[in-house]
Design a protein around this ligand. Structure first.
Ligand code: ZN
Length: 241
């Protein structure tokens, strides 16, 4: 599949003319897909026409700069993706709904082998959380949703209580702590807990660095984020033993 992405000279016009142009651009993109990308990958799409067997549930932020398939260089059919503001998985029993249903379905029906929770640098949700209620004023639904990350905020504020930590460092800590917290929440889901107990499911936490095109990976103990090279080494040693 083509890995190049056309550079768009798209501008954000919020008038009617602008939104019509944006919609036409989307349709042009689909046209390109239907007539070029699709025929070039016909066998793949035919094999996917009636079933899917993704190996990974990928939970990430709705942020437009995070592109799961591009970052992981995966094909359609490989990732079952769940996106929301702040890559949040409410603990089981809290806000049972879209995310919990995705988790349950991915594990029980699709038998995914791993779940990745992927946070990212410069996350608007984490920035909003770091700067308090004023940042999300007028957005009661967002505020309610972000309560599912409140414990991460508590940890970060406690850790930095005595220091004059710059705001962007606080946000980065929050991005990382939120990934840890959502992994904890994930384990409260009965389907996830059962599959982990059977040794059939692995969880991993990532942070995607938008400005550098890199990911860091939370180690097995959940204590620190490793480089991709360190994480790969660790997993290869585990696979050998
Ligand atoms: Zn985000």
């Amino acid at each position: 599949m083509s890995a190049t992405y056309p550079h768009s000279d798209h501008e954000h016009d919020h008038d009617h003319e602008g939104s019509a142009r944006d919609l036409i651009a989307l349709l042009n993109g689909v046209d390109e897909f239907t007539h070029h990308v699709f025929p070039d990958n016909k066998a793949l799409f035919e094999s996917l026409a009636h079933s899917q067997s993704p190996h990974t549930l990928f939970v990430t932020c709705a942020d437009s700069r995070v592109s799961p398939e591009m970052i992981t260089q995966t094909q359609p059919g490989e990732l079952f993706v769940c996106r929301n503001i702040g890559n949040i998985v409410p603990a089981y029993g809290e806000m049972l709904g879209g995310v919990s249903a995705v988790v349950e379905f991915a594990v029980m029906a699709l038998n995914v082998e791993q779940i990745v929770i992927c946070g990212h640098t410069d996350c608007g949700a984490m920035k909003g959380l770091a700067s308090g209620a004023a940042a999300t004023a007028g957005m009661p639904t967002v505020q309610t949703w972000l309560r599912n990350a409140e414990a991460a905020r508590g940890v970060v504020l406690a850790r930095h209580a005595d220091q004059d930590t710059p705001q962007d460092a606080l946000v980065q800590s929050l991005v990382e702590e939120n990934v840890r917290l959502q992994l904890v929440h994930l384990r409260t889901h009965p389907a996830v807990a059962a599959r982990i107990a059977e040794g059939r499911l692995a969880l991993q936490g990532w942070v995607y660095d938008i400005g550098h095109g890199r990911i860091s990976v939370l180690d097995d103990e959940g204590s620190r984020f490793e480089t991709l090279e360190q994480a790969r080494e660790r997993l290869m040693n585990k696979a050998r033993s």
